[in-house]
Design a protein around this ligand. Sequence first.
Ligand SMILES: Cc1cc2nc3c(=O)[nH]c(=O)nc-3n(C[C@H](O)[C@H](O)[C@H](O)COP(=O)(O)O)c2cc1C
Length: 452
Amino acid sequence: MTADTARWAWALLACTAWLGLLVLPLRQQWRTWRNTRTLPAEAPLLIAYASQSGFGAQLAEDLARTLAAHGCPAQARPLQRIRAEDLAAAERMLFIASTTGAGDAPDNAGAFVTRVMQGTRRLQRLQYGLLALGDSSYAGFCRFGRELDAWLRAAGATPAFARVEADGGNAAALASWGQAVARFTGCSPDTAATASATQRWALAQRSVLNPGSPGAPIHRIVLQPLDPAPHWQAGDIARIHVPGQPAAWRDYTLASLPHEREVQLLVREARRADGQRGLGSGWLGHGLAIGGEVRVQIRRNSGFHGPDAATPLVLVGNGTGLAGLAVHLKERESAQQASQIIGPAWLLFGERTRRCDALCDGALQAWLASGVLQRLDRAFSRDADAPARYVQELLGLHGALLRDWLARGAAIYVCGQRDGMAQGVDAALRALLGDAALAQLAADGRYRRDVY
Ligand SMILES: Cc1cc2nc3c(=O)[nH]c(=O)nc-3n(C[C@H](O)[C@H](O)[C@H](O)COP(=O)(O)O)c2cc1C
């Protein structure tokens, strides 16, 4: 009995010591955590961005990095991931807000506009700076940035400096934003707001992918580097400098990956109301000579980056949108070649005629054969011998299968024409899944669009 009691006493002592060893570091961690939580100076400065084609997102991410490098912890976050509680808790914030469509908020503002901006808020503690990105050739110039600014003021927040509006990425406006941010934060990252570096490329090849099509010609443009090329990934955008009076920048989704050592673009020839060729597409499709120099900025477009290679992928688009869809298949092909497990991919694509517009058919058939692509459905709207069908109708037609893919965790990526195609696809998805489920997919990053 005595021996037993002693054994018990020793066991109890050992357990207490062991628990003590376990609890001590936990207590220390708890203290550190509590301290960091109660010290507002430690909380990173939030830079909320609303961006459709990635320019605003890149400015926000670059700014966060530069501020952090200057000792001011900062974090860039899409506006839809800012909750009412984040606003209420913050004392200082930065906003970068682009406008898209016809004066609309970008997709990644989504839930913020519908949930947070609809309610009344008391944001008296909050001081903020706001950069609105837009293009004055649109009637609703910087409309979303202005609306967000007005809403913040109405909610009681105080602008630390007057809203900066950058027309077409105007360098002087971006510089003045950088200076205002430097004063506001006490850091001096006045270079943080400048756009990304420009490289020189040369036109190596040009071909028309859809000769004979009832639609406008689609040019495949191939550029080779004259300068060291930066890194990029599927979903990123090439900003092309179009020389002339006035010079302009035009954005195209990259159809190639860095290991190909070339920039590939699909460019649809645009016609203006007066019959003249569009500025960017006219120059790339006709004006620029083979060997001619092109200045390019590669812009990160994190909103259209792919999920991890194992996630099932549903790609939907039309016309030149194939550029932004096929590049994701290229990324999967690389992953497959690197012996990674890749998830299934399903491409739904729409164009005018089967005979002239089954774009990049060779590559698609090869991907079907190698398992990069598991399923291909195409819709043609102008075939004489078949009913006219648009890509959005394919979604309804294969509704049960789409639900099945989503149940297996698939992400939906849409690329191409905004009016008509992307709106139609959005409506078809709403009809199939319901508004709430689609909003949830978007909030989870499983419904992404690169539309123009
Ligand atoms: C399809 C489309 C629609 C646009 N609509 C507007 C608009 O209504 N008002 C405006 O000020 N700018 C408009 N813009 C210009 C963008 O706001 C501008 O290019 C901005 O720099 C894009 O930033 P982001 O890449 O962050 O989306 C539009 C651009 C595109 C491509």
